[in-house]
Design a protein. Structure first.
Length: 460
């Protein structure tokens, strides 16, 4: 009976290993995610500390690494080389590059760990642009900070060197949702009207011109807008009838209207009938992705790195099916890689992988969706794992830790399969008291000077 129970538990753990992700955000060349249980994970490039972990041993990581031990992360947004996050208590946090003040902490010094921005506890929504940020509070007010060279903050100013170092309220208008791009911004007000501001090269503001706007300007007269996504040089929007609209640059066919080229840009929103009935939109620098209401993904535009996920590296000027799966739930993209969640909580990624931003353990680009495994169910260092032994396993009360003399352990965490830290030890590493834990499977993360490993333990 006991062996049967263990086999059942192990089988359940195997299933959970691919179904642990809660939300995801793609940055310029890094990715951040929240696991079930509220823990924060990052991977990809780390040249400015955008992975948020001071313990990363190199300039990049091609597998997910945990950021701290907090389990109360709620919302995330990755910029080009920085990131924003909101905790469940409504506080705002940032990390990574800060050359334009995009971390909002009244400085231009980078940070390789999350730092709290101010003391307010009423942050509701965040959007990290390339070098600036937009955010909404619970009352719908808009706040902006970071680079403002092209008026993308919407405060009426612009110019080289113009920047705002702390979150600053933009007017008194209430907003429903916002999106920060490279140097232009989009927003929807509660009445469903669409607004844009910032740089307007190739008409990406959608106001029938190519003239920049330093304050929010209404686009058209429709009050049916529901979702927007500002990219590098093009824009994507979705209306309440689930129709998809695009405008701006179309050099790589990212508008999806069947054309491409440097002169094929559009200065007003264009209806992309091929993408109708879409419930979610996402944009990369030169590509666009939508999730339709049948659960399938479609993409179009530039595809040099395989970011369309259709198994090719060929540019597409109209929507193409990513694959035959019909259980996709959420999608996101920033530059040239795409990430997506399925309804069961499993995570897939594809596209550029030069810095390991796909999180699949390699640095090779992929043109089809690749599964990103849950990091706590596999050893991160097999050589190190053989030097550390845990016994007895299964365990009733105390589990003993035996290591070779050359291994110096710094910290031990005991977590459940959702990623929640239950026990944390920073000294006395000879044994762990697990007597108060319920019967089930637990993961013990051992951090040492030589690296980190994770071992599975069964509690009887």
């Amino acid at each position: 009976m006991r062996k049967t129970l263990l086999l059942v538990l192990l089988f359940q753990s195997f299933l959970i290993s691919a179904q642990c992700w809660q939300t995801i955000s793609a940055g310029g060349s890094h990715t951040i995610a929240i696991r079930n249980g509220g823990t924060l994970w990052t991977w990809g490039r780390n040249n400015f500390g955008q992975l948020g972990s001071s313990g990363v041993p190199s300039s990049q990581s091609n597998i997910p690494i945990q950021v701290g031990i907090s389990s109360d992360w709620s919302k995330i947004s990755a910029g080009s080389s920085h990131a924003l996050a909101i905790k469940t208590n409504g506080t705002l946090w940032a990390w990574g590059r800060n050359n334009y003040g995009q971390l909002g902490n009244n400085s231009t010094v980078d940070s390789n760990i999350p730092i709290q921005i101010g003391v307010d506890t009423d942050w509701a929504y965040i959007s990290a642009g390339d070098n600036y940020c937009l955010a909404l509070k619970n009352n719908g007010t808009l706040w902006a900070w970071g680079d403002n060279a092209n008026g993308q903050l919407g405060n009426g100013n612009s110019g080289s060197g113009n920047m705002v170092l702390v979150p600053t309220q933009i007017g008194s208008i209430v907003w429903q949702t916002i999106s920060a791009g490279t140097d232009h911004s989009l927003g929807i007000q509660p009445d469903g009207s669409l607004w844009a501001w910032g740089r307007n090269n190739n008409g990406k503001l959608g106001n029938s011109s190519t003239v920049d706007s330093y304050t929010p300007t209404q686009i058209g007269t429709s009050t049916s807008w529901k979702e927007v996504a500002a990219s590098q040089a093009h824009s994507v929007g979705k209306m309440t009838d689930d129709s998809v609209w695009t405008w701006g640059d179309n050099t790589s066919g990212q508008l999806g209207n069947g054309s491409s080229g440097t002169t094929a840009y559009k200065t007003t929103p264009q209806n992309i009938s091929y993408a109708s009935n879409s419930t979610k939109i996402a944009k990369g620098y030169q590509h666009t992705v939508v999730r339709k209401n049948n659960g399938k993904l479609y993409s179009w535009g530039g595809n040099v790195s395989g970011q369309l996920g259709d198994g090719s590296n060929t540019q597409k000027t109209t929507p193409v099916l990513v694959n035959n799966d019909s259980d996709w739930d959420y999608i996101d993209s920033k530059a040239s890689h795409t990430v997506a969640l399925k309804t069961d909580g499993s995570l897939f990624s594809w596209g550029n992988n030069l810095y390991g931003q796909l999180g699949i353990g390699s640095f090779s680009a992929q043109n089809t969706p690749q599964l990103v495994s849950c990091p706590t169910l596999a050893s991160e260092n097999f050589e190190l794992a053989s030097s550390i032994r845990l016994y007895p396993n299964p365990v009733n009360d105390f589990i003993k830790i035996e290591s070779s003399n050359s291994i110096i352990i710094n910290k031990i965490d005991v977590v459940d399969v959702s990623g929640k830290v239950l026990i944390e030890k920073t000294n006395a590493f000879e044994e762990i008291d697990m007597s108060q834990l319920s019967t089930g499977i637990y993961l013990i993360k051992i951090n040492s000077r030589e690296g980190a490993i994770i071992k599975k333990v069964i509690k009887d």
